[in-house]
Design a protein around this ligand. Structure first.
Ligand code: RAM
Length: 346
C-alpha cells in the first residue's frame, strides 16, 4: 500500500476545502454528536465514523460499538453521513472532518474511487483514515477493516441458495447501492461460483435497492412479477433481505421462493421463526465498528503504520494483525437458522 508521510501546511489544507465549506456546514447538521475541535496530538482521540448513509440498522450497530470503543480509550466520537448512499455523497462530510482536524476517520465506502481525493487530502493533513465494511482503492486509506473474506461471504450465500432450491432454477440477486465496492465483489464471486459449481442455477437478474427499505421492497416485488419461475433470491444486503422477508411473508410465494443473503438476526427473527426464511449469514457489525475504532487508535498512537504483519490490541476482541493490502479481518460469517437465531442480539 502507498503511505503518504508528508504533511502539508494546515492553511493550505483549509484553502483546498474552502469551496466545500458551505456544503460542509449542512453536513455537520446530520452529526449525531457535537463535532470535536482540532485537537490532534492532544492524546484524547477525536474519531469520526462515516457510514454509507444514516438510518441503516447495520451501521447503527457499528456506530454504537465504535462509540463504546472510543469512549473506552477516552476519545470523542461523532458520526456523520449522507441520508442516501450516493457515490459522491460522502465527500463533503470527509472535507468537513478534515477541516475540523479529527484524528481518525472510519468510513464504509459507497464508491471505490469517488471519495479518494478527499480521503487522501485528510491523510496528508495528518488524519488517519480506515475503511470498514466496504473498501475503496487501497491507495486511499491506511487500513481496511473487513468483515470476512469476500470468497467466504460469497460461497456461504451460494451454498445456502443451492441447498434451498435443490441445486436448480432461476435465481435473482438484490444488492444495496449499485457502486458499492465490497458488495459488487461478492456478487462477482457468487456469479463465478454458480457458473463453475452449480450448472443448474441461472442468475436471471441483479437489481439494487440502494440500502432503502421501500426501494428494496419494490424491487423484490418487481422481480417476482417479472420472473414467474423464480426459485430463489440472494440479498447480500441487510436492508434488502429484511424487505424481502417482509414481502414474502405476506405473499403467496412464502415458502415457495427461497430467500437468503446477509441479514441482521434481530430484523430477520420474525421471518425465520415463521418459516419465510430458513437460513442466512452475517458477522457482528458492532464488532466491526469496535475493531475499526481500535485500529484507528493504534494508527494515531503510531504503534502501527498499517504494514503487513503489524499487530494491535482491540480491547475486548483481543489482538489483530494487518494482512495483505492493509486488510484486517474480523472473522468468519455466522450462519443463522431457527435453532440459533435466538442466541444473537444485533
Ligand atoms: C447493508 C450495507 C452494508 C453491508 C451489509 C451486508 O447493511 O450495505 O454495507 O455490508 O448490508
Amino acid at each position: 500500500m502507498v503511505r503518504i508521510g508528508m504533511m502539508i501546511p494546515r492553511r493550505q489544507a483549509v484553502t483546498t476545502v474552502v469551496i466545500a465549506v458551505a456544503v460542509a456546514v449542512a453536513a455537520t447538521a446530520c452529526s449525531a454528536d457535537s463535532p470535536p475541535t482540532d485537537d490532534r496530538g492532544s492524546g484524547h482521540y477525536s474519531i469520526a465514523f462515516v457510514p454509507k448513509n444514516l438510518g441503516n440498522p447495520y451501521f447503527v450497530a457499528s456506530a454504537t460499538d465504535g462509540k463504546a470503543a472510543v469512549e473506552e480509550f477516552g476519545g470523542e466520537f461523532q458520526e456523520v453521513a449522507p441520508s442516501q448512499p450516493t457515490p459522491t455523497g460522502q465527500v463533503p462530510f470527509l472535507n468537513t472532518l478534515m477541516q475540523q482536524g479529527v484524528d481518525g476517520i472510519a468510513m464504509a465506502a459507497v464508491d471505490p474511487k469517488a471519495p479518494c481525493d478527499a480521503m487522501n487530502q485528510a491523510r496528508r493533513t495528518g488524519t488517519k483514515v480506515v475503511t470498514f465494511d466496504s473498501d475503496t482503492d487501497p491507495t486511499c486509506r491506511d487500513l481496511f477493516i473487513n468483515s470476512a473474506t469476500a470468497e467466504g461471504i460469497a460461497k456461504a450465500q451460494v451454498d445456502i441458495i443451492s441447498e434451498q432450491i435443490g441445486g436448480a432454477g432461476e435465481v435473482a440477486i438484490i444488492s444495496g447501492a449499485p457502486n458499492a465496492p465490497t458488495q459488487n465483489k461478492w456478487i462477482d464471486l457468487m456469479k463465478k461460483d454458480i457458473a463453475a459449481n452449480h450448472p443448474g442455477i441461472e442468475v436471471v437478474d441483479v437489481v439494487y435497492g440502494n440500502d432503502d427499505d421501500q426501494q428494496a421492497y419494490d424491487k423484490i416485488a418487481g422481480l417476482v412479477t417479472k420472473y414467474p419461475a423464480l426459485k430463489g433470491i440472494i440479498a447480500p444486503d441487510t436492508v434488502a433481505i429484511a424487505a424481502g422477508g417482509r414481502y414474502l411473508q405476506k405473499s403467496e410465494h412464502k415458502g415457495k421462493i427461497a430467500l437468503t443473503g446477509l441479514g441482521l438476526p434481530n430484523q430477520m427473527k420474525p421471518y425465520v421463526m415463521d418459516g419465510t426464511v430458513t437460513k442466512f449469514a452475517l458477522w457482528n457489525p458492532g464488532d466491526l465498528g469496535y475493531l475499526a475504532a481500535h485500529a484507528l487508535k493504534a494508527l494515531i498512537d503510531g504503534t502501527i503504520t498499517g504494514k503487513q504483519g503489524d499487530k494491535f490490541q482491540a480491547g475486548k476482541l483481543g489482538e489483530y494483525e494487518v494482512g495483505q493490502d492493509g486488510m484486517v479481518l474480523l472473522g468468519q460469517p455466522t450462519l443463522f437458522t431457527k435453532d440459533n437465531i435466538g442466541d444473537f442480539n444485533f
